[in-house]
Design a protein around this ligand. Structure first.
Ligand code: UDP
Length: 355
């Protein structure tokens, strides 16, 4: 029996890990122990969140969050180390690019426990993003790098992965496995009055929320667009508090709602006309649900979506956002296989079993 400790923290990681955990639970030669670091804890991550998404509940909840990056990462390393010393797993499984990802990888590698990194090799080439630092360092100390895309493999090759001896595998994207699983379970958010078409938007990335010029320009653009089609905006707490300090307000044509559970989110993605976001995950989900996406960032890790015109990078510039909305011709041939068509979790499990 192989023992795996999975380290999770932020909501996107639960979405990503859900499909893999469901696969592990079907396999009688693997035993998974889930550690929830507590990073980004919010009410949508309560028991209801785990139940509605059919994700196994964590065995350990470390309760870390709300501190500076350094304090948070340091406390996580310390507490994850204690769990690893107690559980003595064969593998530590980490997802994505958060502080929890990096802390899990560091704690494991110092104890000579093998690390498997899901969503390896992604790069924005913007080292000012904390996520970029987390990804690069995690990749460097992992034994298996599970890549979602060919470009991720190329990125690792360019960094000389063959010299550090990690196993690199193209498995596809676990979020596509999730999209297929959750599509049939989607639920319309309660109390959301919608008739006809709407745009789904999210804004939460520090580069937008922490820069008044960028945030103002995004809000002004959304206000203009909302005159022609309603916008539904599940508002991240960080963005909410930043907006309170802005003189410029969101127009009443924007339906601001609290962050929603994942089954509600899937409903919104599946039923909207267009996605406008600075989220990484949502860019891909737009593609999985055959929706065009305007990305409110200057770069993306999901460059294949941009290359194929499913996604356009508009940044935070009003002129660019409005011209993306008014003029951009999106590709509508969504059948193309960019992310493995839903078999990533299965490949990950087989690879760990056969390592
Ligand atoms: N999400 C959600 N409810 C919300 C906002 C986002 O379920 O109110 C989901 C979204 O669909 C995506 C994931 O959370 O799967 C992405 O989270 P986020 O945008 O915070 O992070 P990123 O993908 O940029 O790391």
């Amino acid at each position: 029996m192989l023992k795996i400790v999975t380290i999770l923290g932020a909501r996107p990681q639960f979405i990503k890990a859900g499909s893999v955990s469901r696969e592990i639970s079907k396999c009688d030669t693997l035993h998974e122990i889930i550690v929830h670091t507590g990073q980004h804890y919010d009410t949508n991550m309560s028991d209801v969140f785990f139940d509605e998404m059919q994700i196994p509940k964590p065995t350990y909840f470390l309760g870390i969050g709300g501190n500076s990056h350094g304090a948070m990462t340091g406390q996580m390393i310390e507490k994850i180390e204690q769990v690893l010393l107690k559980e003595k797993p064969d593998w530590v499984l980490v997802y994505g690019d958060t502080n929890s990802t990096l802390a899990g990888a560091i704690a494991a590698s110092k104890l000579h426990i093998k690390v498997a990194h899901v969503e390896a090799g992604l790069r924005s080439f913007n080292m000012a993003m904390p996520e970029e630092v987390n990804r690069i360092l995690t990749d460097r100390i992992s034994s298996i790098l599970f890549c979602p895309t060919k470009i991720a493999i190329q990125n690792l090759d360019n960094e000389g992965v063959s010299k550090w001896g990690a196993r690199v595998e193209l498995v596809g994207d676990v979020m596509q496995d999730g999209a297929l699983f959750y599509k049939g379970l989607a639920v319309k958010p309660n109390n959301l009055e919608l008739t006809g078409e709407f745009i789904l938007s999210t804004i939460h990335r520090a580069e937008n929320t922490d820069c008044i010029d960028r945030l103002t320009s995004i809000v002004e653009s959304l206000n203009i667009i909302a005159k022609s089609i309603p916008i539904v905006l599940p508002l991240h707490p960080r963005t909410k508090s930043k907006l309170e300090g802005l003189q410029f307000k969101l127009s009443s044509s924007i339906k601001v709602i609290s962050p929603v559970g994942y089954l509600n989110m899937v409903w919104l993605i599946d039923n909207c006309k267009l996605v406008m976001t600075d989220s990484g995950g949502l860019q891909k989900e737009a593609f999985f649900f055959s929706k065009p996406c305007i990305t409110l960032r200057d770069e993306t890790e999901w460059v294949e979506l941009v290359h194929h015109n499913f996604n356009v990078l508009a940044g935070a510039d009003k002129k660019n956002i409005l011209s993306a909305f008014n003029e951009y011709i999106f590709n509508d041939q969504y059948g193309i296989d960019l992310y493995g068509n839903g078999f990533a979790s299965n490949k990950i499990i087989n690879s760990i079993l056969n390592y």
